[in-house]
Ligand binder design. Structure first.
Ligand code: GUN
Length: 292
């Protein structure tokens, strides 16, 4: 029987800590931190995530602004919006929700964000600082996973961590953070991806597996070793007529199959997802402190 790494409870603790900090700021006459989110188009999942981010801001007393643009917006218009946000003095940080429509070059857009306001940590300046172990904005999903490991006091030093997926948002930064000096950190990391051969042989040798692949129920019990720590980043919407929403959010890990073999496991939902939002808020607090 494995232990659950409860991202819901942990993220609520972080949000409570932040809301106390905000209350103290306001009591001393200061303005609260301010986060903005730019959402292009009407993608259902993106709407849900951005909605959660804005609601979480309100809950802890941050100011928040949601900027919605049509999916026909041109790259030049989007860059103009980013330029305005870059120069808006009392805006501490902002994000451009991904994915963007195909006619917009994601790299150009992300590189236009002022690194001091890049609370997603996607700008090369911040990504580079993260890789060098310097203080910076760390991408919220891997940051949330590191924070879960830290708060549950799981020692990964010297252990073999296997990351599945090499995206710029999760897998790649995750592999860097796990191997960086620090606690949690100091792991021996293997970064696997779509071209990896004999993946199951590699995951079977892992003390910790982080799956950020987006393939439902991909990681099965036969792919892991006894007492491994299993972190599930998958949040795929799988159609399900029996569910009122018409889909169920499904992780990369076959939870029922794996849960008795793992030592610790993150559920989906209620694992990594809520941590992502909490760490975005934490990055915004850091941006605020630097900006005031
Ligand atoms: N799309 C999926 N995850 C993220 C994230 O962490 N930040 C942004 N901006 N877009 C995303």
């Amino acid at each position: 029987m494995s232990n659950i790494l409860d991202g819901k409870v942990t993220s609520n603790q972080i949000k409570e800590e932040l809301s106390q900090e905000v209350a103290a700021l306001k009591a001393s006459g200061k303005r609260p931190p301010h986060l903005a989110a730019v959402l292009v188009g009407n993608d259902g999942a993106s709407l849900t995530y951005v909605g959660s981010k804005v609601r979480s801001c309100e809950k802890i007393g941050f100011d928040s602004t949601l900027i919605r643009l049509e999916d026909t917006v041109t790259q030049v218009e989007l860059l103009e919006t980013i330029n305005k946000l870059n120069n808006y003095a009392t805006l501490d940080g902002f994000i451009v929700q991904l994915p963007l429509p195909k006619h917009i070059d994601e790299e150009v857009v992300l590189h236009a964000i002022n690194p001091d306001k890049d609370v997603d940590g996607f700008h090369p300046t911040n990504f580079g600082k993260m890789a060098l172990g310097m203080e910076t904005f760390i991408p919220a999903t891997p940051f949330g996973i590191m924070e879960l490991l830290r708060r549950y006091k799981l020692d990964i030093s010297g252990k073999h961590a296997v990351v599945i997926g090499r995206s710029h948002i999760v897998g790649r930064p995750m592999s860097i953070l796990l191997s960086n000096k620090g606690n949690p950190g100091n792991a021996t990391v293997t970064l696997t991806h779509s071209r990896t051969q004999n993946l199951a042989e590699i995951t079977k040798a892992a003390d910790i597996v982080v799956s950020a692949l987006g393939v439902p129920n991909f990681v099965t019990a036969d792919m892991i070793k006894h007492n491994a720590i299993i972190i599930d980043v998958g949040i795929t919407r799988v159609p399900d007529e029996n569910h009122p929403k018409g889909y169920v959010i499904t992780g990369d890990v076959a939870y029922d199959d794996v849960k008795d073999k793992a030592s610790f496991i993150t559920p989906v939902p209620g694992g990594v997802g809520p941590m992502t939002i909490a760490m975005l808020l934490q990055n915004t607090m850091l941006a605020y402190k630097r900006n005031s």
